[in-house]
Design a protein around this ligand. Structure first.
Ligand code: NAP
Length: 464
């Protein structure tokens, strides 16, 4: 009996790897603190990326398999401790992702109008952590009390936004900021979110890369999308495409970098079309300070170069970008789950091939996969091979007799029942799914995400 903590892609791929083998019969419980499964596929993948979001259908099929059960709305670490969970299962796989964000460490970072990309992404994806229950919302016009209200007010007052970082999340954020609300209507965004985006008046998004165009972490398909947005000019300074020796070496060795640079070179050559909105890609530029009195008014930037030791350093040449919103898109960060081994320097659970290291030794029943194992990198599919590695280690340990196989899933059910916890299973998810489709169709949309926890729980109820 194996418990997997986290029902995002990494946890569900681990469940799939366990259920696909027939050497050892394994019962799998996939637990999540949220009432719904799918993790970043629901709450991270951009709503306008329909094909990536459709991976959900494959993940759903895994959770429906015999031998696999979904336990939603169970908070391991608070409802039940790790030690208690380990007492009723044969092994546990940590797959709870990277729940926090990295900071820039510059002046003005906490001003109203400066937010982390993971928070902004969670807002537009309708994550219940960011969308508090309706009765706790402040009345319109009052000081924004919740992250959702803050995001909504920011959107309504932003004409120019700065996005720091040149990874795929920065591209997602830039697209959501620059697209018209009509272009976002065919997504499953929550009603509150779409209403806020309808008030949007963003005309300019500035994306800052602290190194040159050869060093982005964009995937080319996602980068190209920027150039396909109607009535948007993508502006690249041709001077940024004059490459130094190290950039040339990167372009020669890395096919993705070469393709990305070619896309940007085309934009640098293209004449402006006088489009209504613009995305500016600024390379060799770092933010030095976020300026403003009560809220963000501008970003002070500095040109950069790579020094002899290979580090980015400022050249002293500064600039100013007026902006009302700054989104730092500089990566996610893993956090510790109480009772789980954690390395604060790497933000990961220490391990070897997925076997968790506790107090300097291999733990006999703990495994790890996904972002909390390898860090916040890779695309959704990367989690599949990662999960296979972890599950291979676990199955090897079962074969070698290191894991006894003495527990049944009933013991987990008893523990949860003792605590008064009523997990939501796949039937509850199907009721939520149906409610979201029904709500969407009532507005002529395919689906509308229920963002508030109270809405999710109400939709999950069985009225038969
Ligand atoms: P990421 O790819 O690691 O990009 C982070 C960016 O932040 C890098 O450009 C990095 O620059 C920059 N950065 C870090 N610290 C900085 C600082 N102090 N000042 C300025 N810039 C800084 O992370 P992400 O964009 O959050 O994406 C996370 C993962 O999800 C990635 O693997 C991504 O591919 C994946 N993802 C995929 C998709 C998709 O496939 N459609 C969509 C979204 C996310 P340096 O390189 O100079 O450090």
């Amino acid at each position: 009996m194996v418990a997997i903590i986290g029902a995002g892609p990494s946890g569900i791929y681990a469940a799939e790897a366990l259920s696909q083998q027939s050497d050892v019969p394994v019962a799998v419980a996939v637990l999540d603190r949220l009432p719904v499964p799918f993790g970043l596929v629901r709450y991270g993948v951009a709503p306008d990326h329909h094909s990536i979001r459709s991976i959900r259908n494959t993940l759903e099929r895994t959770l429906e398999k015999s031998g696999v059960r979904f336990y939603g709305d169970v908070n391991i670490g608070s409802d039940v401790t790790i030690e208690e969970l380990r007492g009723v299962v044969d092994a546990v796989i940590y797959a709870y992702g990277a729940g926090s964000d990295r900071r820039l460490g510059i002046e003005g970072e906490d001003l109203f109008g400066s937010i982390a990309a993971p928070e902004f992404v969670a807002w537009y994806c309708g994550h219940p952590d960011v969308h508090p229950d309706i009765d706790r919302m402040a009345p319109r016009g009052a000081v924004p009390a919740s992250k959702a209200e803050r995001a909504a007010r920011l959107i309504a007052t932003t004409q120019s936004a700065v996005v720091v970082g040149v990874g795929n999340v920065a591209l997602d954020v830039a697209r959501v900021l620059i697209k018209s609300v009509a272009e976002l209507d065919d997504t499953d965004m929550a009603d509150d979110v779409l209403d806020s985006l309808a008030d949007k008046m963003v005309t300019d998004v500035h994306i800052l890369g602290r190194r040159g165009p050869a060093y982005t972490t964009f995937t080319t398909k996602e980068l190209r999308e920027l150039g396909q947005l109607p009535d948007v000019d993508v502006i690249v300074d041709p001077a940024d495409l004059e490459f130094d020796q190290s950039s040339r070496a990167v372009i020669e060795m890395d096919k993705v970098a070469a393709r990305n640079v070619a896309v940007m070179a085309d934009w640098a050559k293209a004449p402006r079309t006088n489009a209504a909105r613009r995305i500016h890609l600024h390379f060799w530029t770092k933010p030095n300070a976020i300026l403003g009195v009560d809220q963000v008014e501008a970003v002070q930037t500095e040109r950069t170069r790579i020094n002899a030791d290979g580090y980015v350093e400022g050249t002293g040449e500064t600039g100013l970008i007026p902006a009302q919103l700054v989104v730092r898109s500089v990566g996610y960060k893993g956090v510790q789950l109480p009772g789980v081994p954690f390395d604060p320097n790497t933000g990961r659970v220490p391990h070897s091939e997925g076997r968790v290291i506790r107090d300097g030794e291999f733990s006999t029943d703990e495994y790890v996969t996904g972002w909390i194992k390898r860090g916040p990198t890779g695309v959704i599919g990367t989690n599949k091979s990662d999960a296979v590695e972890t599950v291979t280690s676990l199955l090897t340990d079962i074969h070698d007799g290191a894991i006894a196989g003495k527990h049944s899933i009933d013991e987990l059910d008893e523990l949860l029942a003792d605590r008064g916890i009523h997990p939501l299973g796949m039937p509850a998810w199907h009721r939520i799914d149906a409610a979201e489709i029904e709500l969407g169709e009532s507005h002529g949309r395919r689906r509308t995400t229920l963002a508030h926890r109270s809405e999710l729980l109400a939709a999950a109820e069985d009225h038969t």
